[in-house]
Design a protein around this ligand. Sequence first.
Ligand code: 13P
Ligand code: SF4
Length: 321
Amino acid sequence: EQRKSELKTKIKALLKEQNAVMVAHYYTDPEIQALAEETGGCVADSLEMARFGRDADEQKLIVAGVKFMGETAKILSPEKTVFMPTLEATCSLDLGCPVDEFSAFCDAHPDHTVVVYANTSAAVKARADWVVTSSIALEIVEHLDEQGKPIIWGPDRHLGSYIAKQTGADMLMWQGECIVHDEFSAQKLQDMKAIYPDAAVLVHPESPASVVEMADAVGSTSQLIKASQEMSNDTFIVATDKGIFYKMQQLTPGKTFIEAPTGGNGATCKSCAHCPWMAMNGLEAIYNSLTQGTDEHEIFVDDALREKALIPLDRMLDFSA
Ligand code: 13P
Ligand code: SF4
């Protein structure tokens, strides 16, 4: 505890000294989210993180999240220095969508509009017509569907199926998934609902369709937090990373939040409702990102790639403005 409080004091001083600001995701540990808030940074979903980083006055961003979030920040603000607590924090969706294979998939269907989830590399974004996050995906696909365009969707197949079902859009899916959300189990959720009959079920759409079908609200992290405030239930079963409980509890003291059960497909739970890469953003790592060098912490994106990736990212930000 003493070490933690020392680290926090040092981090606060270093952020000021370096004109740096923290941009944290709702899945990071509660103490990291609290620190971002106390120091004038933001805690947000991936769309809001992108916007906050772009609009921040500070010239140095410390992005506490996973690599695609740091890359997005750099693509949107090339003049800023973007550091991450660790460059090892990746995402199974990004890992499962190598650019060469994805490009070949797109090349095989040249009449399709390419829509990619923000959870991808800069190179995959550069191959896309649109980038979306979970909070805006539905509206953007609806808009494209109205224009009668068939869509290539990558990489999250669960989010893709949810959107295809909601919009009726013609979508060719890349078969990727999030290792955290894929583990939520519909059958176990059924059992849990029997124990808490008055609880509302909140589900992130990266979860399997069988879990999404049981939801009272489906949405991005920000949208789920909003639902927890607006719905009158006292108890919520939440199918997303448990880091989100920090904000839900802060905004609705007195309500009870329960982790949705994992271990789908009869498997033993590997990530147990907590993203192993988000968990790498500890206090020590944040301190290191303010004291160590470029090699360990700085995000760089190749200029040519950056210019291409900026186009679909800007499209998303303009659409959602
Ligand atoms: P949000 O855009 O909903 O914050 O989701 C990001 C993410 O990585 C979900 O697993
Ligand atoms: Fe990627 Fe899933 Fe982790 Fe989000 S929770 S960063 S989608 S692995």
